[in-house]
Design a protein around this ligand. Structure first.
Ligand code: SF4
Ligand code: SF4
Length: 338
């Protein structure tokens, strides 16, 4: 199956599974880079560590951004994600940044957003910018649930923004894909059954997944719905096997200040291995620090690394991920038949 035809679920499962089972310390350059254009956020979602982040909020400068995109383009990188820990549409130059990447022939530029920093003007700019896909973190199907779990957000604003974007996308020649994600927690479990009736015609594809601990930074256990707790614990706890994480082999992750980290949920900058203010992507990718991080993962000595030591992702293999996806599919089917 060609990569572009794969579902977003399948792509995310493959991303976390390291392709080369020798787990080389010197790795090939990745085809993907995520750039934290800002770590600022306008919401305080209950399932997110963001509100406790110790790094100062900041915005990437155009100068640094151009430097990063130039080097990424020279390395032949095709996929650029313009977000990690914050809300990218708060960046005043986000539309210029998308255009800069597209003008450098980056094939696929994508953003995940909470959708609440958008308005009519910005939505028109999204269509004009050449962005390839946008993913809304929706996590709900009712106003009550949404505003209860995503503190500071407005359901009406989200819904109107998605509707307008879909309308403008369909009326233009835009190839923009409109995706969504739904992170299942206790607080939104019942909304799963209503989700499709609201979003089926608005969203091209939705990625459903279970709440996770963001590498031990939030208490996911208390948020897992009682209805599926047993099933899920059995699945994840069924083996003590662990696996090196794809983040260290498949993706560059750049913070707004130019530092490089191995993980896109490294809110506090605990896993830094380079700095693009005084070195290049190429120089950093296989530097001593990065090789050491890969060695720790290859030897499965996760206890030696903050975050990775508490991360659910090292306990997931491809099969477990697919089994989890099946559980979700069955829940949704069950709900539709009620
Ligand atoms: S989940 Fe996203 S929108 Fe919500 S607080 Fe975290 S970074 Fe912000
Ligand atoms: S914390 Fe470590 S194991 Fe977990 S996703 Fe990040 S890099 Fe991978």
């Amino acid at each position: 199956m060609k990569n572009k035809n794969k579902s977003i679920l399948e792509k995310s499962i493959e991303f976390f599974t390291v392709k080369d089972e020798n787990y080389p310390l010197i790795a090939e350059y990745p085809n993907n880079i995520m750039i934290e254009v800002t770590n600022a956020c306008n919401l305080q979602c209950k399932m997110c560590y963001h509100k406790h982040m110790r790094r100062k909020a900041g915005f990437m400068s155009e100068n640094l951004y151009r430097k990063v995109i130039d080097k990424a383009s020279n390395l032949g990188i095709e996929n650029v994600g313009l977000y990690t820990t914050g809300e990218s549409f708060l960046h005043p130059q986000i539309f210029d940044f998308i255009k800069i990447a597209k003008n450098k022939n980056i094939k696929y530029v994508y953003i995940t957003t909470n959708g609440n920093a958008l308005n009519e003007y910005k939505i028109k700019k999204i269509i004009d910018s050449g962005l390839d896909s946008i993913k809304f973190s929706i996590d709900s199907a009712t106003k009550e649930t949404y505003e209860n779990i995503k503190i500071g957000a407005s359901w009406d604003k989200l819904l109107n923004n998605i509707k307008l974007l879909k309308k403008l996308r369909d009326e233009s020649n835009s190839k923009l894909k409109i995706f969504a994600s739904f992170l299942i927690t206790k607080g939104n479990y019942n909304d799963l059954f209503k989700y499709n009736s609201i979003f089926k015609d608005l969203i091209d594809e939705t990625l459903f997944s279970f709440v996770d601990s963001q590498a031990g930074q939030v208490d996911a256990n208390s948020m897992i719905p009682d209805e599926i707790k047993e099933k899920l614990n059995k699945l994840v706890g069924s083996s003590n096997e662990t696996f090196p994480c794809g983040m260290l082999w498949h993706r560059f992750i750049v913070n707004y200040d130019g530092t490089l980290t191995i993980c896109c949920i490294d809110f506090d900058g605990k896993l830094i291995y380079g700095d693009l203010n005084n070195s290049t992507l190429k120089e950093c990718w296989n530097n001593k620090k990065m090789q050491n991080f890969r060695k720790i993962h290859r030897e499965k000595k996760f206890k030696l690394l903050p975050l990775c030591c508490d991360c659910d992702f090292v306990k997931n293999d491809v099969n477990k991920d697919r089994d989890k996806a099946k559980i979700i599919k069955n829940i949704i089917k069950l709900g539709e038949n009620i």
